[in-house]
Design a binder for this molecule. Structure first.
Ligand SMILES: NC(=O)c1ccc[n+]([C@@H]2O[C@H](COP(=O)([O-])OP(=O)(O)OC[C@H]3O[C@@H](n4cnc5c(N)ncnc54)[C@H](O)[C@@H]3O)[C@@H](O)[C@H]2O)c1
Length: 355
């Protein structure tokens, strides 16, 4: 991998800083451009991370032929239009999660990505967490037998991000914890399950804390002039074509005894795995005894975010589909839409895969 990949950053807020920190460490990456509707935010990040040019608009940035790929770090509402513009401008795209505000927009991204043949990856760093990688290796060796159920979630007791900002306005974000953190849990769980095809969903969402300005967390700045019209808890059961099931519980705020850690409990016929935060163990049986085997993180293992950045560059250089392609983003957007729809109607919702 000799050629440097020219990168442009669209959006210069919280998560853009995290991506810049990773790519800055990679020799393969050249940080060419950055833009934000707040120019001062782009200028501050450019200075801090040594980005060469601050652009006034995303469109100006996309015109630079030296930029091979863009990293899109803007509020959810802007994801699909900017991703499509970037693909049509012949750029590869690393797109923050959720891929789109809803599955209609996600389908449009998939269609454009297929027609342009550029790489598009959704930024779900959890797939590169050390324990997820160890467990995937065991899954590939069929060590767990057949995986028939996964229970996943992320329950925050007080974790509403940026009350009143775009995070808590449905038209800007698409929803609350379900689309914010639930989407990560869906993505990593489907990956561990071997990407079965989801076919139907039954779910409910609740909004009990946000409207009362309770349950405020630390991410994002509150804007008390803004509004809160999203859920703060969601629960769902997702059924797959192969008969396996996935159950999901997420909250930004709830009276729950929690360590605020994301978790995945994987149930296979020969064994299970339990991930909680940075810990993980295998659960199985030997000589008729239950056996718990803790997994250990090797010291040399790199962090998930840098591995994600490396993988994205590699998929461009080697011209291969990234681990989290646009179709993965569509899958999670279809599930999210179906959970909201099921909550609204009270019925099970079948997923519509027609492109
Ligand atoms: N993968 C993760 O762990 C993770 C963590 C946090 C946020 N995110 C995702 O990243 C995205 C951004 O979140 P954030 O926390 O950085 O938000 P943020 O509000 O801190 O930053 C967003 C930035 O985008 C800018 N912006 C808005 N519209 C723009 C446009 N059209 N062109 C250029 N700039 C524009 C805003 O001015 C702001 O500076 C969201 O989709 C969020 O879901 C992912």
């Amino acid at each position: 991998m000799n050629k440097k990949i020219g990168l442009g950053f669209i959006g210069a807020g919280g998560i853009a800083g995290v991506h810049l920190e990773q790519f800055q460490q990679l020799e393969q990456a050249r940080l060419i451009g950055i833009t934000d509707v707040f120019k001062s935010a782009a200028e501050e990040k450019a200075k801090r991370f040594g980005v060469e040019i601050v652009y006034k608009t995303a469109q100006d940035l996309l015109e630079n032929p030296e930029i091979d790929a863009v990293v899109i770090c803007v509020p959810n509402k802007e994801h699909s239009s900017l991703a499509i513009e970037a693909l049509l401008a012949n750029k590869h795209v690393l797109l923050e999660k959720p891929m789109a505000l809803n599955s209609e927009q996600a389908k449009e991204i998939v269609r454009v990505q297929k027609s342009t043949n550029k790489q598009l990856m959704v930024a779900h760093q959890m797939r590169w967490q050390w324990h997820v990688q160890q467990i995937i290796k065991l899954i590939n060796k069929k060590s767990f037998g057949s995986i028939y159920h996964v229970k996943t979630g992320w329950l925050r007791r007080k974790g509403i991000p940026g009350w009143g900002s775009w995070f808590t306005q449905k038209a800007e974000s698409g929803g609350g914890p379900l689309i914010d953190i639930g989407v990560h849990m869906l993505d990593v769980s489907l990956y561990l399950m071997g990407n079965p095809k989801p076919v139907s969903v039954f779910g409910s969402t609740y909004s009990e804390f946000g409207p009362l300005q309770k349950g405020i967390g630390e991410w994002g700045k509150p804007d008390w002039q803004g509004k809160y019209d999203v859920e703060d808890l969601a629960t769902a059961l997702i059924k797959m074509e192969d008969g396996s099931t996935l159950s999901l519980d997420v909250s930004w705020a709830a009276h729950v005894d929690t360590d605020n850690q994301p978790y995945v409990q994987l149930l296979g016929t020969e064994g299970g795995a339990h991930i909680r935060g940075n810990q993980a163990k295998i659960l199985t049986e030997s000589f008729n005894q239950t056996v718990d085997l803790p997994l250990n993180q090797s010291e040399s293992v790199e962090n998930d975010r840098i591995l994600l950045s490396k993988h994205f560059l590699e998929s461009i250089v080697l011209n291969h589909e990234p681990l989290i392609p646009a179709t993965s983003g569509l899958t999670t957007n279809l599930i999210l839409d179906a959970i909201y729809e099921s909550s609204r109607t009270g019925d099970e919702v079948k997923l519509n895969w027609d492109l």
